[in-house]
Design a protein around this ligand. Structure first.
Ligand code: FAD
Ligand code: NAD
Length: 478
């Protein structure tokens, strides 16, 4: 038994949904595109699972968060795929791939062949067993990667009202789930090996802000240690978490978020891998010219950093999906993927965004005892990363723009003094202008190629005036 398609997307997550929409926008013909997913539902916005999905009231449920609502685009229900002649093969895994023959073999025994394959298999959650601890299959131990996990987590939360939870891991899943558990009136202790939460991205100072906020909401932190074993009752439920530092925490439930591994297994030995993912070029094309990779599984060249990276965030999944469709359907009109890394999170009433890279010296701005603050990262004389908590839309756009511009920074003290205003000012200047340098005395042009000094002066003066007004009104201390 077999079917043939021009385009096959392997995986039915975020990247698959955004790629499908782009295929339709670019005029894919009826019957040309097939999506194969081992999940039983059409592509959805995975970030909802640790946020809206876990709310005790008015929780998000499908079909409300099918892709592509997360980017304010159309919501692609199963009906949409049908109407556009896209074959959605759900609840079906691919168990082997043969890139020479251009075929995939599914768990139902069907062989599906393609002209172009887009690998969008995402990643799987790491299990405790991979760290030498057993007990992951206990009914009150939860992971969170897909909708089945999320449904299970909701059941476990509801089974222990006002109970005690231990959250293992201080990364994205740990932080977002801990917040959701607190909102569900569960008492939370977070356990992780690092000195502070979100160690991959946050500095100690930034982490401290969030940890203090979490503590104010009743969360306990046990840092610098890992769990060594579980205690179970006679029904096999976990009753306690034993830590390597010798302490024991009584629990009603456990949530584990200790990182992921990209789903590359089908292609090992067939495609070049790098950074744990499938290595692709600027057109998102792998070492086999008929096979492309996007989303969490793809290791792609990040132009701004001059190196290959694999990102694990929804914005890169969405944008790489859009780009790959253009690269396949309109190769002559499509340039290389030029992506500025963007991460965000929303926890309790807090909300932050980060753009670029977190390397080099860190310059903080704003009021870390208030509701809004941020940081810049400066490496080799250029601003390469920016973080902002509690900003508004214009301010987030400003830090995104300034990071993309990578302006030369000569004086870190002056950058610190200007704070967010620096991003706002630089982002407001006309796009064609060269990067602005910050000096001790004033804002100066690096290379005054254009006669725009007067305009710049007006913009800066206006910005400062606007800022002064804004400052006075909002009482923010940038
Ligand atoms: P996925 O969305 O994981 O999709 C992969 C799909 O492939 C899945 O459907 C999987 O079942 C399927 N698949 C895998 N192997 C096979 C196979 N052999 N056969 C068939 N199907 C297969 N990022 C943010 O930037 N902000 C957030 O707030 C945020 N929140 C998150 C919350 C949660 C709970 C999780 C788990 C992730 C979150 N992320 C967030 C990360 C973001 O969701 C991922 O980066 C994004 O989903 C990656 O998209 P993808 O399509 O590459 O992979
Ligand atoms: P992560 O990489 O963000 O964090 C993993 C954490 O595991 C580390 O911070 C560390 O504290 C902990 N850890 C590692 N080994 C451990 C051990 N032996 N014992 C205890 N803790 C240990 O991964 P995650 O939090 O599991 O998130 C999974 C994926 O989901 C990631 O790809 C992440 O980017 C994505 N995600 C992203 C967002 C977002 O962007 N807002 C939200 C949720 C999930």
């Amino acid at each position: 038994m077999g079917r043939a398609f021009v385009y096959v997307i392997l995986g039915g997550g975020v990247a698959a949904g955004y790629a499908a929409l782009e295929f339709v926008k670019k005029g894919v013909s009826y019957g040309e595109l097939c999506i194969i997913s081992d999940e039983p539902v059409a592509p959805y916005e995975r970030p909802a699972l640790s946020k809206g999905f876990l709310l005790p009231e008015a929780a998000a449920r499908l079909p409300s968060f099918h892709t592509c609502v997360g980017a304010n685009e159309e919501r692609l229900t199963p009906k949409w795929y049908k109407e556009h002649g896209i074959e959605l093969v759900l609840g079906t895994g691919v168990k082997s791939a043969d890139v020479k023959r251009k075929t995939l073999l599914t768990t139902t025994g069907e062989t599906i062949s393609y002209k172009f394959l887009i690998v969008a298999t995402g990643a799987r959650a790491l299990k405790l067993e991979e760290f030498g601890v057993s007990g992951s299959d206990a009914e009150n131990v939860c992971y969170l990667r897909d909708i089945a996990d999320a449904n299970r987590l909701v059941d476990v939360i509801q089974s222990c009202p006002e109970g005690n939870a231990v959250v293992i891991g201080g990364g994205y899943i740990g932080m977002e789930c801990a917040a959701s558990l607190v909102i569900n009136k569960i008492n939370v202790t977070m356990v992780f090996p690092e000195e502070h939460c979100m160690a991959r991205l946050f500095t100690t100072k930034i982490a401290n802000y969030y940890e203090e906020y979490y503590k104010s909401r009743g969360v306990n932190f046990v840092k610098g240690t890992v769990m060594s074993s579980f205690d179970f009752d006679s029904n096999g439920k976990v009753t306690a978490v034993n830590l390597r530092d010798g302490s024991t925490l009584s629990v009603d439930m456990v949530v584990v978020g200790i990182g992921i591994r990209p789903n590359t297994g089908l292609f090992e030995g067939q495609l070049t891998l790098e950074k744990g993912g499938i290595k692709v070029n600027g057109m998102l094309q792998s070492s086999n010219s008929s096979v492309y990779a996007i989303g969490d599984v793809a290791a792609f060249p990040v132009k701004a950093f001059g190196e290959t990276r694999r990102l694990e965030h929804v914005d890169s999944a969405r944008k790489s999906a859009k780009h790959v469709v253009a690269a396949i359907m309109e190769p002559d009109k499509t340039g290389e993927f030029d992506y500025l890394p963007f991460f965000y999170s929303r926890i309790f009433t807090l909300s932050w965004q980060f753009y670029g890279d977190n390397v080099g010296e860190v310059i903080y701005y704003g009021d870390m005892s208030g509701s809004a603050f941020g940081a810049y990262w400066v490496s080799k004389g250029h601003l390469v990363g920016a973080f902002l908590e509690g900003g508004n839309r214009e301010e987030y756009e400003a830090i995104a723009k300034v990071t993309r511009l990578r302006p030369a920074i000569e004086d870190l003290t002056e950058l610190e003094r200007q704070g967010l205003m620096y991003a706002v000012t630089v982002s407001q200047k006309p796009a064609a202008l060269p990067p602005v340098e910050v000096r001790a005395s004033d804002l100066l042009l690096e290379k005054p190629l254009y006669a725009w000094h007067a305009t710049a002066g007006v913009i800066i003066a206006a910005s400062i005036a606007a800022f002064a007004y804004f400052y006075g009104k909002k009482r923010r201390r940038w």
